[in-house]
Design a protein around this ligand. Structure first.
Ligand code: ADP
Ligand code: MG
Length: 591
């Protein structure tokens, strides 16, 4: 074996650096922590090339005096460890290693201007080489750039993952730090793109909530429960997610001890224990949980990355967290995550044929080409006998894309089962579309079949509307509605569209008259008829609130299937939606 020799200083510091700086994300963490220790209200982070080419962190903190700049990059030099007291650490840093470590493995430039200084100074350090400090331009605060990370440490460079993966790690670091410090504004940019922009929040519960939502996603708002307990000088507070909002990994779990984001095992297991059997084993609760206690009762100097801490009274801390979580969940026990219903919402598909136009749109003109059309149901067939179900269902599954009715909900929605899963039909919207398409088809082929009323119906109308209706009586007749003047204040209806069945006629006449009164008289006949047909359809259709038999529901499904454009109603809303069986199974955690 060769003789023992002392390593050269550059090698020593590179070895030491390896403990602190593993990847771009570690540079980000150290620099942002320094900014927070400096009392910054705002921290800006910029990355180029996933942080490998450049990590830049600027803050509006206290700054570094020019005479301290060379010390800042020296190993074991810190301004933070008052009285060398490792037992009472109140800052994130205290080892005086980070800047030296970064300078050992990258090109480091610090530009800083304390609040009482006339100018900024800049210092450059790479390995053993230091340049400056020199006067420079710069705002109050500190800006640190770490460029070309690991250029001189190829062994490390080899272990870096893709730019995207490194960027993702760096982003997670910033998110964790940002969540731990709601009152500080954070912005993260990568290659000129803003990845994260969190304004400074107010101190207290509201700020925590606002910050948590901007990091975890605003959709979590209704799924978070607040926690706040204190015992023996230890306070546990913040937010935890409802059990149903839990995730398959722990990334949305934020634990903060005295302002330090940690990944502490004791805390994680305590949090988990608080959920007890409300959570499947492989699920991870969402949390932004803060623990505050006197600094001498927690040791942060037990882990190179300070990710783990050691509590002087671990059992007390654990017990407090378990109890706090349990109590908070018990209070909200009947709430299941709204997230779930949102997931259901996103799991539903609007069928592809539907161009989802905003409501209020004018129905398409009558001239539009229609796909082959067979006359559809006029009024729905009468209620069938109770034993009518399912005779020919299996073989029909393919030919009936909307499947078969299973139930009706709120007297307004038909629930059907088809080959893909569950179909929900808005009965009013669907029937309205069907009638509309029938009217259009009838108009195209020469006029709507009419039916004479045994008892002509007199409908009173406001003067203007009565005039408007009578002025276009011949157009209205093409739609199957024959009206004549009746005295000075009314009209009499003699014939109605046959497809209306026994739909009450007065509301239709009133709606048509109102429509014609406001209709632009210059509107082309075809477009006008389209509008009127839509009005008739709307008033003649199976209104929501009507109870349907299974046979009626199935008739409706069949009519939708053979009616062109039936995926949306005349207002552009979908008439039916599909929830696939796989989505249903996913919602229940079976996939
Ligand atoms: P530590 O944070 O453990 O003290 P560092 O190497 O990270 O060690 O930083 C060394 C010193 O440089 C700090 O103690 C602090 O005085 C100074 N410093 C570093 N970054 C900043 C900053 N952004 N603002 C003000 N001072 C800073
Ligand atoms: Mg530091």
């Amino acid at each position: 074996m060769p003789a023992i020799r002392l390593l050269d200083a550059a090698v020593i510091s590179r070895i030491a650096a390896g403990e602190v700086i593993e990847r771009p994300a570690s540079v980000v963490k150290e620099l942002v922590e320094n900014a927070l220790d400096a009392g910054a209200r705002r921290v800006d982070i910029e990355l180029v090339g996933g942080g490998r080419e450049l990590v830049l962190v600027s803050d509006d903190g206290c700054g570094i005096a020019v005479e301290d700049l060379p010390l800042a990059v020296a190993r074991h030099a810190t301004s933070k460890l008052e009285n060398d007291d490792l037992a009472r650490i109140t800052t994130l840093g205290f080892r005086g290693e980070a800047l030296a470590a970064i300078a050992a493995v990258a090109r480091l430039r610090i530009t800083s201007r304390p609040h009482d200084a006339d100018t900024a100074y800049t210092l450059f350090a790479e390995g053993e080489r230091i340049e400056g400090p020199r006067p420079a331009a710069g705002p109050f605060g500190t800006r640190v750039e770490a460029a070309e990370l690991f250029r001189k440490v190829p062994a490390r460079l080899k272990f870096l993952r893709s730019e995207r993966a490194e960027l993702q790690s760096a982003r997670e670091v910033v998110e964790r730090l940002a969540l731990a410090r709601p009152t500080v504004g954070f912005r993260l940019m990568a290659d000129g793109r803003v990845l994260l922009d969190c304004p400074a929040e107010t101190a207290g519960a509201r700020g925590i909530l606002a910050r948590a939502l901007s990091i975890l996603g605003a959709e979590l708002e209704s799924d978070l429960v607040s926690v706040d307990v204190e015992r023996d000088g230890i306070r546990v507070f913040g937010l935890i997610g409802l059990p149903t909002a839990a995730r398959s990994d722990a990334r949305a779990q934020h634990l903060v001890v005295n302002g330090r984001a940690v990944q502490d095992r004791l805390l994680k297991s305590a949090l988990r224990a608080g959920y007890g059997d409300l959570l499947a084993r492989e699920r991870h609760p969402v949390a932004a949980l803060f623990v505050e206690l006197p600094p001498e009762r927690v040791d942060v100097n037990v882990h190179p990355n300070k990710a783990e801490v050691r509590f002087a009274e671990p059992h007390t801390v654990r017990g407090l967290i378990v109890a706090a979580v349990r109590a908070a969940l018990a209070e909200h026990g009947s709430r299941t995550a709204r997230m779930l219903s949102r997931q259901v919402e996103t799991a539903f598909r609007v069928p592809q044929s539907v161009a989802y136009a905003p409501s209020g749109g004018v129905p398409a003109g009558l001239a539009e080409s229609a796909t082959p059309f067979q006359p559809a149901l006029t009024s729905l067939p009468p209620a069938p006998p109770p034993s009518e179900s399912a005779e020919s269902e299996p073989q029909a599954a393919e030919s009936f894309p909307l499947g078969f009715a299973r139930a009706q909900l709120f007297n307004a929605y038909v629930l059907a089962e088809n080959a893909l899963g569950l179909v929900i039909v808005d009965q009013h919207a669907a029937h309205e579309r069907i009638v509309f398409e029938q009217l259009k088809q009838a108009l195209r082929s020469g006029g709507v079949a009419r039916q004479t009323l045994l008892l002509p119906e007199v409908v009173a109308l406001p003067a203007g509307e009565r005039e408007a209706l009578l002025a276009r009586a011949s157009d209205v007749a093409r739609l199957g509605l024959v009206v004549e003047a009746f005295g000075p204040e009314a009209v009499v209806v003699r014939e109605v569209p046959a497809l209306l069945g026994d739909t009450p006629v007065a509301p239709i006449v009133r709606a048509l008259a109102a429509e014609l009164f406001t209709l632009d008289s210059a509107l082309a006949l075809e477009a006008a008829l389209g509008r009127l047909a839509a009005t008739i359809a709307c008033h003649s259709s199976v209104r929501a609130g009507r109870r349907l038999s299974l046979a009626e529901m199935n008739a409706l499904l069949r009519a939708i299937e053979r009616t062109p454009n039936s995926g949306q109603c005349n207002h552009g809303r979908p008439t039916w939606i599909q929830l696939d069986r796989t989505a249903i199974e996913r919602l229940f955690g079976r996939r």
